[in-house]
Design a protein around this ligand. Structure first.
Ligand SMILES: Cc1cc2nc3c(=O)[nH]c(=O)nc-3n(C[C@H](O)[C@H](O)[C@H](O)COP(=O)(O)O)c2cc1C
Ligand code: SF4
Length: 477
């Protein structure tokens, strides 16, 4: 029987929420009311700069860049929304591939000398929008997320994987149709890719970005290095080897763009891939005998957590002079419920195997433990959108308790970009705009359509793709 999930809108009072969280064993702190000019409105210093408040916009791509990798009008519209949100930290905007074969879809941004000017304009559009909405932009900090999609690269056709993998994964290779002997990237190919990341970072610096995120999450290439325990050679096996990709990129960036800040978005925990069970509810795939060794931050059971290596990773970042970290979990391709907790899964997914509050609580707890272990780093937490009307009060509590430094906002910003500005100004929330985790922004691109909030953003509601999406979601399709 699929899980019956109590809707967040039914949790009308603090007592309702408290009782519900207790029944689930989800340790999510929250405040009963919002404090004007409170913890979420406080600035943070970052290496001589000020970041004006504690809201961060998480990276979200729209599958809508031009085929040459430059931003389209839809991309610019989304970035303008990020700017006018009032959040003072823009974590990467969206994934931008460091070279064409690293795109997760043919409409992903690409960083190259050809797209440099348009990326500078994209950033400027966001900054200008922020300036006019918020009155100042000197305390706004804007990054660009650098990626290679690795195992999940689809650079030429939305439906065709052209994977670059680091090791034969016992579950993901068969799950995504790869033979056990599918070729792996050689060390020399990895070295070339390191150089591509460094070139991309220099282009981002010249385009005016304050920082780049060397992406290590969601099953993409940077993340795959961290679980490359069986890979021979200098990029696999020991912790030192599995983080060599990162350390080489950081050294390269420091040499060509010494003033550019560097951040890392990390899947701090990972699970074994999930599949729909007999009633459609997600269940873990099997992987053979022995402990499951391919989940970075996992305890070998496939669904448990051991933060020994993630803490070591944080200490490594600190030793490299990196202060900005964004924590996330798992991958949208094989365990979306731990990454973007939702009550309605994307149409090609599985029914939630746990109440989404459990997923939210897991990410909050992991971030808090990492922050406690390495307090000098500035953390951005993820996965808050499912909290809906409770998000600001949970966010305020996690920041006040030092469990995170910033509250990262993903899907919610697609439906309700102005939430941070409303909270900071002490205005009532606009309840009709709250993301209810319908997952259309994930279902659309899985079906080759641009991403956007089709249910709640009138602009997307009115687009022809909205009808196509409704058709695709009809039972039987
Ligand atoms: C449409 C969409 C696009 C996304 N694109 C990216 C991306 O480009 N890079 C990235 O690191 N995460 C991406 N994510 C994940 C989000 O940044 C975030 O981790 C996730 O949505 C959970 O946060 P939330 O609960 O606030 O939505 C995307 C999520 C969605 C829904
Ligand atoms: S489509 Fe809109 S309401 Fe649905 S999950 Fe995405 S942002 Fe939220």
């Amino acid at each position: 029987m699929p899980l019956v999930i109590k809707r967040v809108a039914q949790l009308k009072t603090a007592a309702d929420l408290r009782a519900h969280l207790q029944s689930l064993g989800a340790a999510i702190p929250f405040d009963e009311s919002l404090i004007p000019n409170g913890p979420l409105a406080q600035p943070v210093s970052l290496n001589g700069r000020t970041v004006g408040n504690r809201f961060a916009i998480l990276p979200m791509e729209g599958w809508d860049a031009n085929p040459d990798g430059s931003p389209s009008e839809l991309t610019v519209r989304r970035w303008r929304h990020f700017g006018r949100s009032g959040a003072k930290l823009i974590w990467g905007g969206e994934a931008a591939a460091v070279r064409p074969d690293g795109r997760a879809n043919p409409n992903q941004l690409v960083i190259s000398t050809d797209t440099a000017a348009s990326l500078a304009e994209l950033r400027q559009a966001l900054v200008s929008e922020h300036q006019s909405a918020c009155g100042r932009a000197d305390d706004l900090f804007v990054g660009l997320q650098l990626t290679h999609s690795g195992r999940f690269a689809r650079p030429n056709d939305k439906k065709t994987l052209e994977p670059k993998i680091l090791y034969p994964h016992p579950v993901l290779n068969p799950k995504f149709g790869l033979a056990a002997d599918h070729p792996v990237m050689t060390d020399s190919e990895v070295s070339h890719l390191v150089a591509d990341f460094v070139t991309a970072a220099k282009i981002a610096a010249d385009a005016g970005f304050d920082f780049v995120d060397v992406k290590h999450c969601h099953g993409y290439l940077g993340h795959e290095f961290l679980s490359a325990v069986d890979r021979p050679g200098k990029y696999g096996g020991s912790f030192e080897n599995r983080t060599r990709f990162l350390t080489e990129i950081v050294a390269g960036i420091r040499a060509v763009a010494p003033k550019l800040e560097i951040g890392v978005r990390l899947s701090a925990i990972d699970f074994v891939p999930y599949k729909p069970g007999p009633d459609g509810t997600g269940e873990p795939e099997t992987w053979g005998d022995g402990p499951y060794r391919y989940a970075f931050g996992g305890d070998g059971t496939g669904t448990g957590i051991d933060l020994t290596e993630p803490i070591r990773f944080m200490k490594l970042l600190e030793s490299l002079g990196i202060r900005l970290v964004c924590t996330t979990a798992g991958s949208p391709y094989y365990c979306p419920h731990i990454q973007r907790p939702a009550v309605f899964p994307p149409s090609d997914g599985y029914q939630p195997p746990e109440d989404p509050f459990v997923g939210v609580g897991r990410q909050i707890e992991v971030t808090a433990k990492l922050k406690a272990a390495v307090p000098g780093l500035l953390f951005v937490g993820s996965g808050y959108t499912y909290l809906q009307e409770w998000l600001p009060r949970v966010g305020q509590a996690t920041v006040a308790k030092g469990m995170t430094d910033f509250v990262g906002l993903g899907r919610l910003v697609l439906s309700y970009p102005e939430l941070p500005a409303d909270v900071i100004a002490g205005r009532e929330l606009q309840f009709k705009k709250l993301c209810r985790t319908f997952s259309d922004c994930t279902t659309a691109p899985r079906n080759g359509l641009v991403s956007g909030c089709y249910p709640l953003d009138p602009f997307y509601k009115a687009r022809p793709e909205a009808k196509e999406l409704a058709q695709l979601k009809r039972p039987g399709n």
